[in-house]
Write a protein that binds this ligand. Structure first.
Ligand code: ZN
Length: 512
């Protein structure tokens, strides 16, 4: 996306000639501490790449939606338990949430890991045109199948190095369900699961290999508004009825007018969950699910205006706003600069995986199908770039990692595997996250996670930098959850959909 103003090939050639730095697929020549070399060696073994590649593919096959990830969560928790971790399951009121712990005492380093899929985007792996495994079923269009897998691989590598080299401290994997509905982390924090954690390394799948810092993404309220009216014969005596669907429609009209009068940082979207069952009966129940997104500073004021639109819908239609169920409410991401700088060095050490001819051919075929430039897979890791200061933040997605960034210094490693220009939350992304590129990408991500965690466990000065920066930031931006105290995890939200598709998807599974 960034325009290169000067041809850089000559500069790159010069730099590579003059400085013995890392190149694509090759480790740096700088001396690597034995503890770090141990995690890189363990993760570099072909059997390790294959083991976690297969776990990732298996979770891809399960394609389980948020808070229905029973098989995915179990596979990851069992893998960690078999490797010697103590695993607590069913935490914070969510059956698929787990925490796996190895070691004892300080420092405590946390790794985040997600494993949920997205609805409607089922697609065959490594097929470069739309071709669902099961029409209408969920699919891993955000690579979450590879993410907790990368964290688990990294954690086990760290544990091996802790044993061999006597590294002190604790490593924890936070098995975090339902990121796609941004649900789990505020509940996990509320349950005290992150207490005592000194620093957190998050990861996310990508086409590039990099990290970042500063404020990013949108804060969000995810709320279901339910209206109650009165049924009636829709033609015979409609004046007797009060349509709950009318309330939903009036609310939606009101919020769509509201957009014009909100700062550009906002995002607002909805789906109608219930809108009646037949046109000849006035619907007495209707509900609409909203994502209300804005910056941390603007979120609550915007949400209040959306609630007013709901009240207007009820008033105008003569119905009742029966409930406003907050599914989740989260902060923007406030990633640690000190953590990102430490992580960047390890990303450069690991380097971009070398992609095979077949992988390049698949990438180009997919890019062609999507009408994008046929550039293939990337060959360089990303540079660490400073966030643009002084701009008015303009929209974007959300992640419940945001809340974690406000309770411990946190940064995210984005690891490669997706074809550049593959579209997020789309069949093209599902196609990328199965098989060889996903295996290599998550393995590279695991190396960067493990190497960074080893730095934090073995270099007290590095950890102290993160802690100092975080403690200063916390004074200006203390954590105050947006999640209402009475909110409960939406364990039921995806049940019906997943019950419908689970039996159709499971025969594809490979690991039992
Ligand atoms: Zn994602």
């Amino acid at each position: 996306m960034r325009k290169k103003l000067v041809p850089i090939s000559l500069i790159v050639l010069l730099v590579l000639t003059l400085v013995p730095g890392p190149a694509a697929g090759a480790p740096a020549k700088t001396k690597i501490a034995k503890e770090k070399q141990a995690v890189l060696d363990w993760l570099g073994k072909p059997e390790t790449v294959e083991k976690f590649g297969r776990i990732s593919d298996e979770i891809w096959n399960y394609a389980e939606l948020g808070l229905q990830e029973f098989n995915s969560s179990k596979l990851l928790a069992d893998t960690l338990e078999a490797a010697g971790f103590t695993v607590e399951r069913g935490l914070a009121g969510m059956p698929t949430c787990f925490v796996a712990t190895y070691g004892s005492g300080k420092p405590v380093i946390g790794l985040l890991g997600e494993f949920d899929a997205l609805p409607m985007i089922s697609q065959k792996g490594r097929v470069a045109k739309k071709d669902p495994v099961v029409e209408g079923a969920p699919g891993h269009g955000c690579g979450h199948n590879a993410m907790c897998t990368a964290a688990a691989a990294a954690a086990i590598a760290i544990k091996e190095a802790m044993v061999v080299h006597g590294i002190k401290g604790t490593i924890k994997v936070f098995g975090s369900p339902a990121e796609e509905i941004v649900a789990s982390r505020p509940y996990m924090i509320r349950a005290g699961l992150f207490e005592g954690v000194d620093a957190v390394i998050d990861n996310h799948s990508s086409s590039g290999f990099g990290t970042g810092y500063g404020v990013d993404g949108n804060a969000l309220f995810s709320t279901i508004f339910t209206f109650k009216g009165k049924t009636a014969h829709a033609a015979g005596a409609p004046w007797v009825g009060r349509s709950a669907l009318d309330a939903v429609e009036i609310m939606n009209v009101a919020t769509n007018f509201l957009r014009e009068h909100l700062p550009l940082s906002q995002r607002l979207h909805y789906v109608i969950l219930e809108g009646g069952e037949a046109p000849n009966v006035v619907p007495d129940k209707a509900s609409v699910w909203y994502y209300v997104r804005n910056s941390d500073e603007r979120l609550e004021a915007m949400y209040e205006r959306v609630v007013n639109c709901a009240k207007a819908g009820a008033l105008a239609s003569g119905t009742e706003l029966a409930s406003m169920r907050v599914i989740s409410a989260i902060h923007q991401r406030h990633a640690s600069k000190a953590a990102a700088e430490l992580i960047q060095k390890n990303i450069e050490l690991v380097g971009m995986p070398a992609w095979s001819e077949e992988e390049q051919a698949f990438a180009k075929a997919l890019q062609k199908e999507l009408g994008a430039k046929e550039a293939g897979m990337p060959d360089k890791v990303d540079k660490l770039e400073a966030p643009v200061v002084g701009r008015d933040f303009v929209g974007g997605g959300s992640s419940d990692v945001g809340d974690v960034t406000l309770i411990a210094p946190t940064a995210t490693i984005t690891f490669p595997g997706a074809v550049p220009e593959a579209i997020g939350h789309h069949w093209s992304n599902v196609a990328c996250w199965y098989g060889s590129t996903a295996w290599k990408g998550l393995n590279a991500g695991a190396k960067a996670i493990a190497a960074s965690a080893v730095d934090l466990l073995t270099k007290p000065d590095e950890l102290a930098k993160l802690r100092k920066e975080f403690e200063e930031y916390s004074k200006i931006h203390p954590y105050k959850p947006f999640l209402p105290a009475d909110a409960t995890p939406p364990n039921d939200l995806n049940k019906e959909l997943m019950d419908k598709y689970r039996a159709l998807l499971e025969p594809a599974s490979e690991i039992k």
